[in-house]
Design a binder for this molecule. Structure first.
Ligand SMILES: [Zn+2]
Length: 296
């Protein structure tokens, strides 16, 4: 990653080789932090969060979308919460893209990492039509099959209204883009330089991405890692992890890979812009945000 770094509060521009990228903060609703640390005792995590100057009770959880202009194609990774999804306010993805000079019809590929409402909620516009009319929408077949099977979501320790909201969003947004949908399998190259990698567990068919240009690497981990404490306590499970043990295995694989390859990492929910590196710390890892990396 070199040059061209610009920080605004809701968009963050950066370069990856010859790719021009933008992290976009669609929304940042408040959640109880314990939701992402269900099997860590509060007595364990509260002091850790306080040490870092963070509220041990609630967290403003950014919903971050990623835009990549490869020079040949404009690619969007996830569509945020949309206009009527979960959360107190509509997503800002479209106005923020427009403010950067990108119109929805110019997007050639929309990658949907997984079927949760904060990642697919902006797939349709207010009229229920694909918000990106010329795009090929891409997701793993395994993820599509899961949401189309009318799952009970009995495995999730969240209330019934939350489950209903998740299911309603998936069953509206995913069929809504079906005419433009390309269901792929792990290791598919989606566009040159962007490869889909299996990151199953958080959801049954979640997709991570390996993005590379001119020998620079970006690893997009989606929700395999939702909170920085997941690097230090990788066995920590969140309330929306559908397959917890598989999620932990996926997380360990991605963390080892990120640390070994020293790649830039893009997360969907860390403090904006959600970019940083995974650095070894004892037997585990810790998060080094990009703002700190580029402080000098
Ligand atoms: Zn998410």
């Amino acid at each position: 990653m070199t040059g061209g770094i610009g920080m605004k509060t809701e968009t963050f521009r950066f370069r990856l080789g010859s790719f021009s990228c933008l992290a976009i903060m669609d929304n940042a609703p408040r959640y109880p932090v314990g939701m992402f640390l269900t099997n860590l005792a509060r007595e364990q995590y509260a002091p850790l969060l306080r040490q870092r100057g963070q509220d041990p009770q609630d967290i403003d959880l950014p919903y971050i979308c990623l835009f990549i202009n490869t020079g040949h194609e404009m690619v969007l990774v996830d569509t945020g919460i949309g206009v009527d999804g979960m959360g107190p306010a509509p997503g800002k993805l479209l106005p923020l893209l427009r403010a950067e000079g990108v119109q929805p019809h110019e997007i050639g590929t929309v990658i949907l990492s997984h079927g949760h409402s904060d990642h697919i909620g902006g797939s349709l516009n207010k009229d229920g039509k694909p918000a990106f009319p010329n795009a090929r929408y891409v997701m793993f077949r395994k993820e599509w099959d899961f949401w189309m099977s009318n799952p009970s979501l009995a495995e999730l320790p969240v209330d019934e209204n939350f489950k209903k909201g998740m299911l309603a969003s998936a069953q509206k947004n995913l069929p809504g883009v079906q005419a433009q949908l390309d269901l792929v399998h792990p290791d598919a190259e989606i566009v040159p330089g962007i490869t889909a990698i299996a990151a199953f567990g958080h959801s049954p068919g979640q997709m991570a991405l390996e993005i590379s240009s001119a020998e620079q690497q970006l690893l997009f981990v989606a929700d395999a890692i939702v909170h920085p404490l997941h690097l230090e306590y990788p066995e920590t499970i969140g309330a929306t992890d559908h397959r917890p043990s598989q999620m932990v295995a996926t997380r360990l694989t991605l963390l080892e890979k990120a640390a070994r390859e020293k790649s830039l990492v893009s997360t969907s929910h860390f403090a904006f812009p959600g970019l940083g590196r995974v650095v070894p710390k004892g037997e585990r890892w810790e998060w080094q945000p990009i703002s700190a990396t580029h402080a000098s």
